[in-house]
Design a protein around this ligand. Structure first.
Ligand SMILES: Nc1ncnc2c1ncn2[C@@H]1O[C@H](COP(=O)(O)OP(=O)(O)O)[C@@H](O)[C@H]1O
Ligand SMILES: [Mg+2]
Length: 240
């Protein structure tokens, strides 16, 4: 098992944004998290990645209790994440942006960070010159940049938050292929996603959150047939 949460809770004032959520993600899995807006998906990723510690419950990564560990420490032991809103350094080149990932993502000084960054850009099939300024990229190019930067930290687990938002159908196919390639290269993935087509195409297992609680879990097929999920999220007339 690469990641386990046991009874994780996170409140904002009186609101239970994440309420006793337990998940188990196996090594090599692509694990999807779905649910309505405000269900607590991003908050759950934040408690896993150390952005804010859970008030109750435990998080284990590669068998190690990481509950309450700071985000940079969690990154150093092999967990990376992308954000719903892409954060890049617009006045830096694409290569420099990825170098930030390789330099800050590791505990020790990195040998040849530019070489590593270039390798990661090639891995994500970045289509433009590596000295292009990040501020000049379109949506899919920014997503590739963000993935390269996350992978440059040598992560074993990658958390993706709505990485498909804003893509065209063609770009979505490219992203699907890239997500599988990342997994096949040895990185497990937890992805929050609204696009059911992407979820159904790539995920081995899905959990559904609703008002902070996990209401269902299973294979993609089991999940879309689950009555609770249809009522809470997909709608009773859901057709793939
Ligand atoms: N930093 C915060 N401060 C206060 N409330 C928050 C904060 N972040 C999220 N929330 C609230 O927690 C709930 C879950 O939010 P979020 O995890 O972003 O949901 P999702 O990603 O599933 O759309 C929402 O009601 C949201 O308004
Ligand atoms: Mg969110």
């Amino acid at each position: 098992m690469i990641l386990e949460t046991i009874g994780v809770c996170k409140r904002f004032g009186g609101l239970k944004a994440v309420n006793e959520v337990s998940l188990q993600v196996e090594e090599g899995q692509i694990y999807g998290l779905i649910g309505p807006n405000g269900a607590g998906k991003t908050t759950l990723l934040n408690t896993i990645a150390g952005v804010h510690p859970p008030e109750a419950g435990k998080v284990f990564f590669k068998g190690q209790d990481i509950t309450g560990l700071r985000a940079d420490k969690i990154c150093h032991i092999g967990m990376a994440r992308t954000f719903q809103i892409v954060h890049s350094f617009p006045n830096m080149s694409v290569l420099e942006n990825v170098m930030v990932g390789s330099v800050f993502g590791s505990r020790r000084p990195v040998d040849k960070p530019a070489k590593k960054a270039a390798e990661m850009l090639n891995f994500v099939e970045f289509p433009l010159s590596h000295d292009t300024l990040a501020g000049n990229l379109n949506t899919i190019q920014l997503k590739r940049l963000e993935l390269a930067r996350a992978l440059a930290t040598n992560c074993k687990l990658l958390l993706l938050d709505e990485v498909a938002a804003g893509l065209t159908p063609g770009e979505l196919i490219d992203l699907t292929i890239l997500i599988r390639k990342i997994r096949d290269n040895g990185t497990s993935i937890i992805m929050v996603e609204h696009l059911m087509k992407l979820i159904m195409d790539v995920c081995d297992k899905i959990a559904v959150l609703c008002f902070g609680e996990k209401i269902a879990e299973g294979t993609p097929q089991e999940t879309i047939e689950n009555q609770k999920v249809l009522e809470a999220y997909l709608g009773t007339k859901y057709v793939l």
